[in-house]
Each structure stands twice: as C-alpha cells, then as structure tokens.
Write a protein that binds this ligand. Structure first.
Ligand SMILES: C[S@@+](CC[C@H](N)C(=O)[O-])C[C@H]1O[C@@H](n2cnc3c(N)ncnc32)[C@H](O)[C@@H]1O
Length: 201
C-alpha cells in the first residue's frame, strides 16, 4: 500500500515538514535525530537542512527513493534504512531527539514500540509526537480508519511517562488539539491530533 502511494510522482504528504515537528525542532540544539516511519523523508530532510544528523527508517522502498531525491535536491545527507518498527536497529550511542510524525501503529504494539525508541534517547533528549486522535474519525481529513490505530492523550502519557517505567520521561507538553493539518493529498484540513513533547532524564 505504501509503495503504491509513494510510487506516484507527487509527494503524498508534500515536501514541507510537519508544522508541529518543525516548531519544536527549531527550538532544540541540533544533534542526532531518529525518525521512525519517515515516509518520503519530508521531516528528515528538513531536519538535515537545520544541521541535524538524521537516521530515518521506513519499510517503503519507494518512500526511501523519494526521500533520497529530496535530500539530494536540498543538498543534505540522510541515513534512511528500510525497516519496520520491529526490525529497525538503533545506534548504541543514542539520539538527542526521536520524532514520531503520524507514525501510527496498532494499539497492541504501540506502547512497546514507543518505549523502545524513547529508551534510545540520551539524557536530556526529546520525544516529539504528532498523531491523529480518536476524534479524527469525525473529521475524515486523513489518518487510519479505526480507533485501534489512533491515539488519546492518556495513551501518549502512559507510553512515555507511565508509572510502570524504569525511566519515565518528563512531559513537557501534551494536548489534543483541533488544527489545520493540510499536508499533500492525504492530510486535507481540520483535524484532531495529539501533540506531545517529552524529555528524557
Ligand atoms: C502516514 S505515513 C507518515 C509518513 C511520515 N512520517 C510523514 O509524516 O510524512 C505512515 C508511514 O508509516 C510507515 N509504516 C507502515 N507500517 C510500518 C511499520 N510496521 N513500521 C514502520 N513504519 C511503517 C509507512 O510506510 C508510512 O510511510
């Protein structure tokens, strides 16, 4: 499905970064960034233009091809692995930020995946997350069609700052907002999203 979507000439979500991701990243000191499910690389390439050393991954080869084209046209380097949430490997020396931008996954896997990648943060590193919320089903402007792939504020809090975690992150900001999410052909307007910034201790 993703190879088919990314096989089209246009960038499915455009070539501009996600606005929330960009606004948070721009306030951080550039370092090493992990981008799970980076799709066609709009967020990874933007980060690289801001001086971040980027490690993206996504299972779609067509996505990687588009990401590398975008990186070349912007004159930046990007490491882009073909991998899933399960198969991706992380660098032992860690990351200064991990960003999940519409990196939706099934509820049965979500907490484990979020915590595994958050554990790869260096002390003081940040998680940035934007994902469609349950209420997005009322808007129909993009995202998965069922709640099993959608998020709530409580999910995000539990995944990154649960009291069952050995090293819970500190929540810097966490909210559900209704905002304009117009990004290419598949994110098409007012939407209900969860936005989180959290910091590793
Ligand atoms: C809605 S797109 C978002 C892409 C990108 N983050 C963006 O905002 O432009 C969701 C992405 O999840 C990827 N994906 C699907 N299943 C995955 C899995 N099991 N592991 C990692 N990524 C997956 C898809 O290939 C797709 O690129």
């Amino acid at each position: 499905m993703w190879n088919e979507r990314y096989g089209a000439a246009d960038y499915a979500y455009g070539t501009e970064p996600n606005r929330f991701f960009r606004s948070v990243l721009d306030e951080l000191e550039p370092g090493r960034l992990l981008l799970p499910a980076d799709g066609e690389g709009r967020n990874g390439v933007y980060a690289a233009t801001r001086g971040w050393r980027v490690h993206s991954f996504d299972p779609s080869e067509a996505g990687r091809d588009k990401a590398m084209e975008l990186a070349t046209s912007c004159g930046v380097d990007l490491r882009f692995d073909i991998a899933t949430f399960d198969s991706a490997t992380v660098d032992a020396d860690g990351y200064d930020a991990v960003a999940f931008v519409f990196a939706h996954m099934h509820e049965s896997a979500r907490t484990g995946v979020h915590r595994r990648f958050a554990a790869a943060l260096r002390p003081g590193g940040h998680v940035i997350l934007e994902a469609y919320s349950y209420e997005q089903l009322d808007y129909g402007t993009g995202g998965p069609p069922g709640t099993e792939m959608l998020y709530t504020v409580d999910h995000a809090r539990r995944d990154f700052a649960g009291d069952d975690m050995e090293r819970p992150l500190q929540i810097v900001s966490l909210e559900r907002v209704v905002d304009d999410v117009t990004e290419g052909k598949y994110h098409t307007g007012r939407a209900s999203v969860i936005r989180l910034v959290a910091r590793a201790s």
